[in-house]
Design a protein around this ligand. Sequence first.
Ligand SMILES: Cc1cc2nc3c(=O)[nH]c(=O)nc-3n(C[C@H](O)[C@H](O)[C@H](O)COP(=O)(O)OP(=O)(O)OC[C@H]3O[C@@H](n4cnc5c(N)ncnc54)[C@H](O)[C@@H]3O)c2cc1C
Length: 439
Amino acid sequence: MTVRSDQNQDEIEKNERTSYFRLPALDVSIAFPQATPASVFPPSTSDYYVFDDLLTHEEKSLRIKVRECVEKEVAPIMAKYWEKAEFPFHIIPKLAALRVAGGTIKGYGCPGLSLTGSAIATAEIARVDASCSTFILVHSSLAMLTIALCGSEAQKERYLPSLAQLKTVACWALTEPGYGSDASSVATTATKVEGGWILEGQKRWIGNSTFADVLVIFARNTTTNQINGFIVKKNAPGLTATKIENKIGLRIVQNGDILLKKVFVPDEDKLPGVNSFQDTSKVLAVSRVMVAWQPIGISMGVYDMCHRYLKERKQFGAPLAAFQINQEKLARMLGNVQAMVLMGWRLCKLYENGKMTAGQASLAKGWITLKARETVALGRELLGGNGILSDFLVAKAFCDLEPIYTYEGTYEINMLVAGREVSGFASFKPSASSQRSRL
Ligand SMILES: Cc1cc2nc3c(=O)[nH]c(=O)nc-3n(C[C@H](O)[C@H](O)[C@H](O)COP(=O)(O)OP(=O)(O)OC[C@H]3O[C@@H](n4cnc5c(N)ncnc54)[C@H](O)[C@@H]3O)c2cc1C
């Protein structure tokens, strides 16, 4: 018989008392058998007003193709990667096979989709995982589109084909630690030297930047004082990108702080079409249409999840779906989705007909994110305790919506852009502090 010393005895008892804390968590489908977790994604049920009727045959086929791929490849792994805040690199070839990177860009190996088709694809990816849709959006609707709209012929031929196949990945860097909403004031400098430019400064929040092969970076020309754009390659001497930790939303997206210390960019990598901040605004107006479709997709997914969950889980001897208050919430969510979809669709049509204004894009991005915020909050309530678990999608979507509310122009800035267009008055600058109100 082994004799235990007092100290050992204490340790053993402590270990015995606490050992069950160290067991791995039960699989959620065992721990909670009354509802299916989102790793098995629910069927699509949010198309109540048959939006599909407004799509072309190609757009419908693309919708189904993207939906099937993300439900199969992304849904089973998203909660795990979201919790770890890591990017699932192994899904890049699956996303590449969808042929959505490059969106509306024609030629250079890009898919040349209609804007509506590209928007639907964005929504279908966001329906399952908003981080994945942000990864594509930054790469495609910001970086690739900037090269397509503002690049030279040689730059388009050199960079776009491999970006379209996701053999290389891009990021787009405008925001700085000191300038977010006030992006036109960027302080990163570009100084002309023999054969190229020297970039110096900092960028913040840049999605995909920790692993991007191609970085589209905006900087202020020290001679003209205007904003110019540059293509910077990974591993350029003086360039570092460090991951921003502790995000509560879009945790799969690798957002970085970029430091540029005397980074040399050859003349051939300066974008000839970016000569002022207005040129970046042209890109932002189009990408804002895509961003507006992300909260639509997120809301569709949350609605689908709630629709299934309320039928599966029972309380007081009846499915949760049988209770009046739950039905009101579900119907309100469904109404929001119909309104968001129709606004987003009309925005695409205005763009495709060459009629869309910056204010219209901003109003859609702002208003849709506002409605989506309400929709995911209702979904979170409907799932009770499971509404705070990433395994059931809704908590994750709830958190993912917050950065979308803020990026590509915050809700407030987008509403002010629309407000300026309809009123004729810009109200971005505060009134002078010396002008005291007499009221
Ligand atoms: C997850 C994530 C990903 C991002 N990805 C990228 C990226 O890939 N590339 C990139 O360049 N940037 C990126 N951004 C940056 C994003 O575009 C900025 O965060 C956004 O523009 C807001 O800037 P800010 O965070 O500095 O907020 P601030 O500008 O400091 O705003 C703070 C608050 O003040 C309000 N406010 C500011 N100015 C005004 C005004 N004039 N009138 C009224 N209200 C005002 C804002 O609406 C907001 O509520 C990303 C951000 C996040 C969170």
